[in-house]
Design a protein around this ligand. Structure first.
Ligand SMILES: [Zn+2]
Ligand SMILES: [Zn+2]
Length: 296
């Protein structure tokens, strides 16, 4: 392999392994003028203004929350306000609030908070059962009540930079929140816009068509940079790629449904079709999304 190709392969491998790593490190990458990220499982967005800082997602359990807090204290020292928000209620995104300092202002959309109250504890227990490491990380997890909730939009003026917290409807979950940072035009997109990751709807979260409707609203923001939670950052074209993939899969699945093919058979067929049609999308769970399309 040529040295450059080898280097590229190594970088890709490093990023991929970082994104499956539930113990976050303190290294950051710059996403845009006011946004940095800790790459891991999940990626953590940090928006830094002159007066206040916003952290997007907590990591899995308090230890990760504490790591993020140390990073924030280094990047934005002094007595600044710290806001914390979560892209959705799943434990690696919201189960680390106990690691943040007292006085952190927790804010999230009301739909997500309802999901948290209904299923948050259940999800913590489910994740803790997945491995001894998860169990340890979640040992002292709390799901504290937010200081602020909002219906559709909240704006945080952090000093020289504004974070718009947006709820556009259900997609991966009912309460998916998007964060749009101005003037950077950076979108912190949670699971709603990913970089070549087949979408997945959690239980009765959203529907394929509500996901598409959310993406129409996202596209209107015209983001320049996108930071997803479980894949690499990219430019605004990720929004169109996400939309095209879902629309393509939805049309293909509905064609099969109309011709009487069962959901299971359609899943198998389209899984194979889409693997060759979208070879750069490595983690394929097309059959799961096909079931969501059939069920709608
Ligand atoms: Zn999730
Ligand atoms: Zn996740």
């Amino acid at each position: 392999m040529q040295p450059r190709l080898l280097l590229l392969a190594l970088c890709v491998a490093t990023i991929l392994s970082a994104q499956t790593q539930p113990v976050l490190g303190e290294e950051t990458v710059k996403v845009s003028d006011h946004v940095v990220a800790i790459m891991g499982w999940p990626n953590i967005g940090i928006v830094i203004g002159s007066r206040a800082t916003l952290v997007v997602d907590t990591g899995l359990g308090p230890r990760n929350g504490a790591t993020i807090s140390r990073v924030v204290a280094k990047l934005a020292p002094g007595d600044r306000k710290l806001f914390l928000t979560t892209t959705h209620f799943h434990p690696e995104h919201a189960g680390g609030d106990a690691g943040f300092p007292a006085g952190t202002i927790l804010i999230r959309d009301a739909v997500q908070q309802r999901e948290m109250e209904e299923h948050g504890k259940e999800m913590l227990d489910l994740f803790a059962g997945r491995s001894p490491q998860f169990k340890e990380l979640l040992a002292n997890a709390t799901l504290r009540a937010p200081d602020v909730t909002f219906d559709h939009e909240a704006q945080l003026d952090l000093g020289g930079v504004t974070a718009r917290l947006l709820w556009f409807g259900g997609a991966h979950t009912k309460g998916d929140q998007l964060i749009f940072v101005e003037p950077d035009r950076t979108l912190i997109s949670g699971d709603v816009v990913q970089n070549k990751v087949v979408p997945g709807i959690f239980r009765d979260g959203g529907t394929p068509s509500s996901w598409l409707a959310v993406l129409d609203k996202v596209a209107a923001l015209q983001p320049l940079r996108v930071l997803p939670d479980h894949s690499d950052p990219g430019d605004g074209s990720l929004v169109d790629s996400e939309k095209n993939f879902i629309a393509d899969l939805r049309k293909s699945a509905l064609d099969l449904k109309r011709s009487g093919v069962s959901a299971d058979d359609a899943g198998k067929r389209l899984e194979a079709d889409f693997k060759s049609k979208y070879p750069a999308w490595p983690s394929m769970n097309v059959a799961g999304f096909v079931r969501s399309i059939y069920a709608e």
